[in-house]
Design a protein around this ligand. Structure first.
Ligand SMILES: *[C@@H]1O[C@H](CO)[C@@H](O)[C@H](O)[C@H]1NC(C)=O
Length: 352
C-alpha cells in the first residue's frame, strides 16, 4: 500500500505541465492565384504579392506569374517566366525571390525531355526581372546534370534565401539513384549570376532515403540559426524532417536531423515548407493519412513554439486534394498557406 501511494505521488509531481501549442485558424476565403499547380508566393518591397505556378494547359508547361496589389484580396496574371512544349521540356517547381536591390529572381526546374521523363538533361534555371515581375530574362543555370545511369541524377525544387552576409543561397534536391536523394546548397555573391559548387546539407550519410522538397526558415529574425525542412522517403513512405545550421548555412550537423511529422504507419507526409510567424515556426505538408493515393492528400500544418524542437497543433488547411504546399509570413501572427486543388492554385490566410 505504502509503495503504491509513493508511486502515485511521484507520478503526479513528475508530470510536466503540458502547455498546449496554439493552432492557427482559417481566416477568410481561399483566394485563387492562377490556373496551375506548385504555387509559391513572395512579398515585394512595395507591399505587393507575387505568385508563381505551373500551368499545363495548351500542350505547354508554363510558369505563370500573378500579382496582388490589395494585400492578397485578389490576384491577376501579369507575365510568364518561361514556357515550352510538354512533349520536349519539363518546366516546373517555380520559386520567386526579390533581391535586396529590388530585382526579382524566378528559379525553376527546366529539364530536356517530355514531362514525366525520361530526361536527357536536368537543370535548375534562374530568370531575372527588373520590373517587379512584368518581364523576365535568363540569368543563370546554377546546376545542371546530364542523364546518369538508369536515367537518374535528377535535380528538383529550388528554394532561394538571402544569407546574412548579403550573399544568396540556393537550396535544391539531387538524386543519386532511385532510393537516394540529398539536399544541396549553393551560394552566389553576385545576385544569382554565378554560383559556388554544391554542399550537401542532408542525406550524405544515408543511401536509402530520398530527401527532397526543401524549405528554409530562420528560428528568429536575423538569426544565424535556421532550419531546412524536407521530406524523406524510405521504401516509398515519406515523412517530414529538419536539419539545423547555427552559422547561417555553413554547416548542418548530421546530429541535428530531427523529425517534424510522421503520419500513421503506411501513410505518407511530404512536400513540406517552413515559415517563421513571429516567435513561432510553421511547417506545412501534404498527407494521405485521411485518404488519397499518394502523393495526393490533404494540406496540413504543424506549429513549433520552441524554435523547431517540438511540433504540434496539427491543423488542416484544405482537405483532399490539396497539393504542393507553400507558405509566406504576413506578420507576427498570420501567414498565407498556398496549395493546388482541382488544377487551380489558392492562397488561404491563416491567423494565430
Ligand atoms: C509553347 O512553347 C513554345 C516554345 O517556348 C512557344 O513558342 C509557344 O508559343 C508556346 N505555346 C503556348 C500555347 O503557350
Amino acid at each position: 500500500m505504502c509503495l503504491i501511494s509513493n508511486l502515485v505521488a511521484a507520478t503526479i509531481i513528475l508530470l510536466p505541465f503540458a502547455t498546449a501549442i496554439t493552432a492557427p485558424t482559417l481566416t477568410g476565403p481561399a483566394i485563387p492565384l492562377g490556373t496551375g499547380t506548385y504555387p509559391r508566393l513572395t512579398k515585394l518591397s512595395d507591399g505587393s504579392l507575387l505568385a508563381i505556378y505551373t500551368d499545363s494547359r495548351s500542350g505547354n508547361h508554363t510558369l505563370g506569374v500573378s500579382k496582388s496589389t490589395n494585400n492578397g484580396a485578389s490576384f491577376s496574371p501579369i507575365s510568364i517566366v518561361d514556357t515550352g512544349p510538354s512533349t520536349s521540356r519539363d518546366i516546373d517547381n517555380g520559386f520567386l525571390h526579390q533581391l535586396p536591390g529590388g530585382k526579382v529572381l524566378a528559379a525553376f526546374r527546366n529539364h530536356n525531355g517530355p514531362v514525366g521523363g525520361p530526361f536527357t538533361f536536368y537543370r535548375i534555371t534562374i530568370c531575372i526581372s527588373s520590373d517587379l515581375g512584368k518581364s523576365w530574362t535568363y540569368l543563370s543555370t546554377p546546376a545542371g546534370d546530364p542523364q546518369g545511369p538508369g536515367g537518374k541524377t535528377g535535380i528538383w525544387e529550388p528554394f532561394l534565401e538571402d544569407a546574412l552576409d548579403g550573399s544568396l543561397q540556393l537550396y535544391y534536391s539531387r538524386e543519386n539513384n532511385d532510393d537516394d536523394q540529398d539536399s544541396l546548397l549553393r551560394r552566389s555573391k553576385d545576385g544569382g549570376a554565378t554560383w559556388t559548387s554544391a554542399q550537401t546539407i542532408s542525406g550524405a550519410e544515408l543511401t536509402n532515403a530520398r530527401d527532397g522538397m526543401l524549405g528554409v526558415a530562420r528560428i528568429a529574425a536575423n538569426s544565424q540559426s535556421k532550419l531546412a525542412v524536407f521530406e524523406s522517403g524510405v521504401a516509398g513512405r515519406f515523412t517530414i524532417h529538419t536539419v539545423r545550421s547555427d552559422n547561417d548555412g555553413l554547416s548542418w550537423p548530421v546530429s541535428s536531423r530531427s523529425t517534424v511529422y510522421e503520419p500513421p504507419a503506411g501513410k505518407s507526409a511530404g512536400s513540406p515548407q517552413i515559415v517563421r510567424v513571429g516567435s513561432r515556426l510553421v511547417a506545412s505538408f501534404g498527407t494521405n493519412e485521411d485518404g488519397g493515393v499518394w502523393p495526393e492528400g490533404a494540406m496540413k500544418v504543424v506549429v513549433s513554439e520552441d524554435q523547431g524542437r517540438t511540433w504540434g497543433a496539427k491543423t488542416q488547411i484544405h482537405p483532399l486534394p490539396a497539393m504542393w504546399s507553400g507558405m509566406l509570413e504576413i506578420d507576427a501572427t498570420s501567414f498565407w498557406a498556398v496549395y493546388e486543388t482541382g488544377g487551380v492554385s489558392f492562397a488561404q490566410k491563416m491567423r494565430f
